[in-house]
Design a protein around this ligand. Sequence first.
Ligand code: ZN
Length: 342
Amino acid sequence: MEADSTTFENTTKNNQDEDFLPFTVCPGNFKVYKEFTGNSGEKNLETQIVQKLQNIGLLPRTIQCPTALPDCKVVSKAARVIDRVQWVCQGCGKRQPIRSGSFFMKLQCSILQSLQMILAWCEDADCDIAAEYFKVKPKVASQIYDRLDELAVLEQSKYVLGGENSVVLAEMYPDCLNRLSPDTTDQPHVHRILMLADTNHIPTHYQLYVLKDDLKKNSVSCTDNQSLTAEIEAAVSRVTSPQSIVVSGSSVPQLAGASSVQQLLQHCDPDMQYFLSSRIWRQAISLCAASRDFCTSPDVTSGVACGVIAQRYLYAALYRLKHDDGFYHHLLTVIAEYFTDK
Ligand SMILES: [Zn+2]
């Protein structure tokens, strides 16, 4: 009796704690998280989570027996394992983890903890703080963050801006600074970043592309630099739909087939002029500024090119930005698409 009431109290307390996570959570993301991790009281929580994840394809609903004998037939059964349920072959007796063929395979933590770390990543929470709060080993937590960063790079790098009748603006960071926004950080500029903005979306959809040509080696003004212009044109054609109207900003070299921002502004009212020439870049500039931190990070001194790390950060940040409060649900479906065996 005593033990049961203690257990009950602990459960209640844990549920309350979840409402005070050590990072900010968007309400939509939190609602989805609660749908997956809330306890309906039937069976144990682990089994409930497994069923919900099978329903949205994050875990396979069926699995083959590797022994592959004629009478092999795999069913899920309750078991004394971390997931509380596993696959068992009724023919040959072979057991397999319920998370076989999924994102969760080989992660040294519970499925619930994985879902918690995915939420933390969605909210751009500090990995160590989230890991400590959810009691996930730091190494496992960073393994989850790395997998999700890679997924963000795959998804965001193939995202194409613009389309028929839509205007894509191009600007160059840091060349545009001081004209558009004061430079307030102490960090040196190492990279030029091509900023592309699709004017058809609210909030604005961007692509931010770290140029290989680095500023230490090449400080020539970017408007009269042929190799830079070629690299920019290649990047623009890769991430903008060919039907788009590309508009070069004042800090970008005149690109083949592009109009100039002055031509565009002639047709706009003053509010629109302000938006297109300044306001639209605010969020992109703050991400570019934040990416400069990676040029002085410890990973860089260990030999990884900082442009690569800065680009990875920008892809993940843009991916979050684009999906806003629907991100957790979106990301779970993308994880299912990439990782779950069909
Ligand atoms: Zn079998």
